[in-house]
Ligand binder design. Structure first.
Ligand code: IPM
Ligand code: MG
Length: 347
């Protein structure tokens, strides 16, 4: 169980520290942790947000626990040197194409959701976001038009095999849940989405038990706050998934609670909270480490098949929340380390 720990920038290190304490507390003697530099801190130390040494560690490990990257002090850098390239580079380099972003309301947090409690209570969904394609990785740039105006462009595209493999992940996940899959696209406007929809329909033939529906992304954004209980599994492209998963996080109370897994065709997986580096609160003991602790649970489940340990961690987090342990993001006053202590005590 070789796990790379890439804590990164901002609140990344402090939330990752708590997740590592939780992992270590399980006393798994096969567990080996290897640290590496990513993001702005890596750029400052080595001149690159994803140094070769870090990539080497990633390739040598079974799983990666990733904190967060991003630093306003790097906004002036050329794009390929910006901290975000660390996570984008790892996703691409390791073929991490399937991003699982579950969102479920913890009991007792109804009042913290941006939605009315009776609506928030319905939320138990899984967003499956494609992570290797779309406008994220298409040709991009800023060019000068013949008349001298600057033009920015980012090419959106999906090849059918890219859609097919993420569709399979979606259908399989639905089979393990309530057997409903909603594919989100913008097929009324985008050709990329038309192909996406056609391929998802083709794949659906292999999963006759799953009820497949299609929704335009604008409508999906609306339905997610109007009647989120209608969703079981959502499968969507990189950009739409990025946006909808942040939205889903607020519906369950806080972005400080949402974990994610990024999986490849092979065995490697990367686990990270869906929140960012939040430089404004970094180093102040204000960050909620629960999303990262829950990411560690996903790591044990998806990379090592340690379901019992994953459930133990999730139960410890749920019990801390039920006992009123609340980070600042949830309107409480528990600090990062105190939340880690509370989870450890329940573990
Ligand atoms: C996420 C983040 C990243 C993304 C950024 C940091 C590049 O927002 O994981 O959702 O856009 O994918
Ligand atoms: Mg995002």
């Amino acid at each position: 169980m070789k796990v790379a720990v890439f804590a990164g920038d901002g609140i990344g290190p402090e939330v990752t520290r708590e997740a590592v304490r939780v992992l270590q507390a399980l006393g798994l003697n096969e567990l080996e942790l290897v640290e590496g530099d990513v993001g702005a801190m890596a750029w400052r130390k080595h001149g690159h947000p994803l140094p070769a040494a870090t990539l080497e560690i990633a390739h040598a490990c079974d799983a990666i626990l990733f904190g967060a990257v991003g630093d306003f002090g790097c906004d002036h850098l050329e794009r390929h040197l910006r901290p975000e390239q660390a996570i984008l580079g790892l996703r691409k380099e390791l073929g991490l194409f399937a991003n699982l972003r579950p969102a479920k309301l913890f009991e007792g947090l109804e009042d913290l959701s941006s939605l009315r409690p009776e609506i928030a209570r319905q939320i138990d969904l899984l967003i499956i976001r494609e992570l290797n394609g779309d406008v994220y990785f298409g040709e991009k740039g800023i060019r000068i038009l013949p008349d001298g105006r600057r033009q920015g462009y980012d090419l959106m595209s999906y090849a059918e095999d890219e859609v097919r493999r993420i569709a399979h992940v979606g259908f399989k996940a639905a089979m393990g849940r309530r057997k409903q899959l909603c594919s989100v696209d913008k097929a009324n406007v985008l050709e990329t989405s038309q192909l996406w929809r056609d391929v998802v329909i083709e794949v659906s033939g292999e999963y006759p038990e799953v009820e497949l529906s299609h929704m335009y992304v604008d409508n999906a954004a609306m339905q997610l706050v109007k009647a989120p209980g209608q969703f079981d599994v959502i499968v969507t492209g990189n950009l739409f998934g990025d946006i909808l998963s942040d939205q889903a996080s607020m519906c369950v109370g806080s972005i400080g609670l949402l974990a994610s897994a990024a999986l490849a065709e092979g065995t490697i997986g990367l686990y990270e909270p869906i929140h960012g580096s939040a430089p404004d609160i970094a180093g102040k003991d204000l960050a909620n480490p629960m999303a990262q602790i829950l990411s560690a649970a996903m790591l044990l489940r998806h990379s090592f098949g340690k379901e019992a340990e994953a459930v133990r961690i999730e139960a410890a987090v749920a019990s801390a929340l039920a006992d009123g342990i609340r980070g600042h993001d949830l309107g409480g006053s528990h600090g990062t380390a105190a939340i880690g202590d509370a989870v450890l005590a329940r573990l």
